[in-house]
Design a binder for this molecule. Structure first.
Ligand SMILES: [Zn+2]
Length: 112
């Protein structure tokens, strides 16, 4: 039986220790359950709890001030990208007509 590669570093030296999988390269330990829980926790959700996926289209659910402009509630966001790291509390970016590519918060959108 072949063991799964390490989900952290991708190396294939995984061994089993009781119910745990262990990676000797980066010392990560995991189980099927911990992996699933981690996956679930890493899912980004919109204002109503729907999963946000790469390339999703969405609508803005509240007026957003942007300098002297306002992005109106209901404005469309196209091609959402999930940021690897939050930038000032913004965790996604997407294109809004008339505004271009903007950093946004997952809490102000609703995936369509
Ligand atoms: Zn590893």
């Amino acid at each position: 039986m072949s063991l799964p590669n390490c989900p952290k570093c991708g190396e294939s030296y995984t061994y089993e220790d009781g119910h745990l999988y262990v990676c000797p390269m980066c010392f990560y330990e995991w189980t099927e359950e911990s992996l699933k829980a981690e996956e679930e926790a890493s899912i980004l959700r919109d204002s109503v709890g729907n999963e946000i996926y790469e390339g999703a289209d969405a609508t803005i659910i509240q007026d957003l001030k942007l300098g002297s402009d306002t992005i109106k509630r209901g404005a469309k966001v196209k091609g959402i990208q999930i940021l690897d790291k939050e930038v000032n509390g913004h965790d996604i970016q997407g294109k809004i007509d008339g505004f271009g590519n903007l950093l946004l918060k997952s809490s102000v959108i609703k995936v369509r």
